[in-house]
Design a protein around this ligand. Structure first.
Ligand SMILES: Nc1ncnc2c1ncn2[C@@H]1O[C@H](COP(=O)(O)OP(=O)(O)OP(=O)(O)O)[C@@H](O)[C@H]1O
Ligand SMILES: Nc1ncnc2c1ncn2[C@@H]1O[C@H](COP(=O)(O)OP(=O)(O)OP(=O)(O)O)[C@@H](O)[C@H]1O
Ligand SMILES: [Mg+2]
Ligand SMILES: [Mg+2]
Lengths: 258, 258
């Protein structure tokens, strides 16, 4: 039985890609078969795992517009139990193409594509772009649940209510079984009052479960993508790596799998 | 003679809104008549200047879809020389509506709207969302130049080439006089090698001018939005405030206006 999880937050720069890559990699280290689907035209998740596309290479865009099947574009990562469906720049053109489809079909394209590979993976993570447009909507319709990274900053907190109301709308009309996996507090710098206040605010007011694990600000996490490696391969001793391994443990315990 | 400047970068969380709000406010303190147009459905620039919309209030979305004129929605800020055109959440629906227009018109809507107010302001800044979709395209077509905040991180550097190629395409086909105002390095933490390496990389390789002024990481900048105030009103003594006042000076000097 596989789980499809969208990693979404329309606020930019909150740690969606860092979480998709490093939670995926940590679950692979725990030998759970995991697939990471990059749905962001910036393709940071792809490059963060060392995948460089050549100009003719097919990627998620081509599967979305029906030019290839998903099995053709799945790639291996450096970790045995982690595969990747990469994105390329022309994914930015996908939204205009999806708008040409009818309203019913245009939000179910990714869901249909993932049905072809779901059974081969225990966990499938979808890295979403920083918006609530058609690419993110496709991810929410294709997913069983949503994991929401939240930076310990005021502006990140402010956007949470729009994300919650979007997920609730998707749940009502398009994907009734969609639920919130949890909120992950990222880039936590406990030296500042702001981070403590935001953490307190999220934990006491949130209707969504909040992971006990938090990810501290750790420069090794922002160095790792330039080496095309997840943190567990770049610097397993770092606080960043320990946090994501800890998150993987908490995630598996919640799934009754620890 | 007014200048319209888009503040754009599809990478999320790099300091677009923080720069739009605080460069705008610093120019207002220098008594240049300035307008800030919020084109991001997250409406962080609006709330960062203390503007809270009620459910019936009109905003930029309504001007884009032709339901009101822009003069009706211009609001005063706490600074005499700074006005704001706010955004609300339903701006997220604008892209779907713009796609229903023909390809020629759908990218020129904001340009036509701003022509009605251009002569009343010396500088008009447009805060863009973290994407290269229709809202950002409208901003690039409506603008004379583009100011690009870049966070001193690897992933932020990686996205720069897609932004440059998008701006060049807009310049070729839609807005021939568009030019790069400059790159602003933000959230610079000189304690880390990464920030120094990224700064060196940007200054030595960039075909776009890079401001001498950089903005250090400063928690007061991220506290200010929760008080609805630009940094110059929240804490004028902070390094964040001094940096944006310094940027305003450099910006004006480049315009021959110091
Ligand atoms: N815990 C952390 N400590 C330090 N840096 C971090 C941490 N998490 C992420 N980063 C860095 O912060 C930046 C933003 O993170 P990331 O790109 O993962 O966010 P995102 O939400 O995916 O952004 P976008 O909205 O553009 O997709 C990146 O440069 C990343 O390397
Ligand atoms: N120099 C700085 N020092 C510390 N925090 C900063 C600085 N500049 C911005 N921030 C904070 O970092 C976060 C990201 O900044 P901001 O929201 O301005 O980026 P953005 O590019 O507009 O994001 P988005 O892509 O979501 O529109 C915010 O919480 C902001 O308060
Ligand atoms: Mg990302
Ligand atoms: Mg912003």
């Amino acid at each position: 039985m596989s789980n499809v999880i969208a990693i979404a937050n329309q606020k930019g720069g909150v740690g969606k890609t860092t979480t998709a890559v490093n939670l995926g990699a940590s679950l692979a280290v725990a030998e759970r078969k995991t697939l990471l689907v990059d749905m962001d035209p910036q393709s940071n998740a792809s490059s963060g795992l060392g995948i460089r596309l050549d100009s003719g290479d097919k990627h998620i865009y081509h599967a979305l517009v029906g030019e290839c099947g998903i099995r053709e574009i799945v790639r291996k990562s450096e970790l045995d139990f982690l595969d990747v469906v990469p994105a390329g720049r022309d994914l930015a053109g996908a939204e205009a193409e999806l708008y040409m489809m009818n309203a019913h079909d245009r939000v179910r394209v990714l869901k249909k594509i993932l049905e072809q590979v779901r059974q081969s993976y225990k966990y499938i993570f979808i890295d979403c772009p920083p918006s609530l447009g058609l690419l993110t909507l496709n991810a929410l319709v294709a997913s069983d649940s949503v994991l929401v990274p939240v930076q310990c900053e005021y502006l990140s907190l402010e956007g949470l209510s729009s994300l919650v109301s979007t997920v609730e709308k998707v749940k009502e009309s398009l994907n009734p079984s969609l639920f919130f996996e949890g909120i992950l507090l990222t880039m936590v710098d406990l030296r500042t009052n702001l981070a403590r206040e935001v953490e307190y605010e999220v934990r006491s007011n949130s209707r969504i479960p909040v992971y006990n694990t938090t990810v501290p600000r750790n420069v090794r996490l922002s160095e790792a993508p330039s080496h095309g490696k997840p943190i567990v391969l770049y610097d397993v001793t770092s606080t960043g790596s320990r946090s994501y391994l800890q998150l993987a443990k908490e995630f598996l315990a919640q799934k009754g799998e620890a």
